[in-house]
Design a protein around this ligand. Structure first.
Ligand code: DGY
Length: 325
């Protein structure tokens, strides 16, 4: 059968699908991001879709592409898919959980640390020839030791971030989530708190929730106002969970101290965005899971989901589980 991939993925995944007897079309990376009409034209001619990057999979997609039998996402996030429509049309949707948890948490940890020491800004100082001498009081950062990490959305990635913060800096762990995370409470002494408590008590807030109607825009003017003036905001989840104008204002007015973003709102971030020059802000271009090992593991899992879907078998990592209930 025919598989369409919206961007280049690691070879191991492509090989698996070829070895399973499928024909694979990879949309040329130099033409990405793929335009909607081109995307639909390709999907009409294929049996399976593997999405690497953003593509809106909505009711209109399922109506226009009746040959598609499985949608496999090269991501853990599935906010690009209208799951109710997928389920209505009987299409399984797979994602790549677990295999990217550690790499993504490492990116959150990297941003926390980089912001706390104004690392990107200080590096720019060297490039600009501003490193003249040792400066005892210029551009000081803040300690992380013994501080409180607040995890917004404590699933697998949030757990890994909390674990690193506790191990490296003996940070206290508090979290806000849809439900209690027993493992984190038992192993990390993590304490469940309300959103207001999370905002008020955290020295660092790290975002790891799924983007949903409830979490969209949840970090806005009102929530930043409830945070400590010394707090660092880290987002490696989805940019749409924060309002970037409100974040900028919170930084400008000293309502919070710093921010580390691997995801921005909108994405990609405009290269003229003033936040890129703030000493206490570090921005990365959505590289959360971007290690060789992790991307290979994601390719393998995404390929397994395609292969299973085309055989009519349960996907190894299915998002719309209700299909099988
Ligand atoms: C994910 O896996 O969801 C990453 O953010 C890539 O979209």
């Amino acid at each position: 059968m025919r598989v369409f991939i919206t961007n280049q993925i690691p070879d191991n995944g492509i090989r698996m699908m070829l070895e399973a007897g499928h024909e694979v079309t990879v949309f040329p990376p130099d033409q990405t991001p793929i335009q909607r009409d081109v995307f639909i034209q390709h999907c009409k001619k294929h049996d399976a879709l593997l999405v690497a990057g953003f593509a809106k999979i909505d009711e209109d997609f399922f109506q226009q592409c009746p040959n598609i039998k499985v949608v496999s996402l090269f991501s853990v996030g599935y906010d690009s898919v209208d799951l109710a429509s997928a389920t209505k049309y009987g299409i399984p949707v797979g994602n790549t959980p677990d295999v990217l948890s550690k790499a993504t948490a490492e990116t959150a940890f990297l941003l926390m640390l980089a912001v706390s020491r104004k690392a990107f800004f200080n590096y720019q100082k060297i490039l600009k020839g501003h490193w003249k001498q040792f400066e005892p009081v210029a551009d000081l950062g803040c300690d992380l030791n013994g501080k409180t990490i607040g995890i917004f959305g404590l699933g697998k990635i949030g757990y890994e971030m909390a674990r690193k913060c506790k191990a490296a800096f003996d940070m206290k762990v508090i979290y806000h989530n849809r439900s209690h995370n027993q493992k984190a409470e038992a192993e990390l002494d993590a304490r469940y708190v309300s959103l207001d408590e999370l905002l008020a008590q955290s020295d660092v807030i790290s975002m790891h929730a799924n983007l949903t109607l409830e979490t969209k825009g949840v970090f806005n003017k009102e929530s930043f106002a409830k945070m400590k003036p010394t707090a660092i905001f880290v987002n490696t989840g989805r940019g749409n969970m924060h309002n970037e104008e409100d974040l900028k204002e919170a930084l400008d007015k000293g309502i919070i101290w710093g921010a580390g973003l691997d995801v921005t709102n909108p994405e990609p971030m405009d290269k003229q965005n003033p936040l890129l020059h703030y000493p206490n802000v570090c921005v990365l271009p959505h590289i959360g899971s971007a290690t060789l090992e992790t991307r290979n593991a994601m390719a393998e899992l995404a390929a397994k989901n395609v292969i299973a879907g085309l055989k009519g078998e349960r996907l190894p990592t299915i998002v719309n589980k209700q299909l099988y209930e």
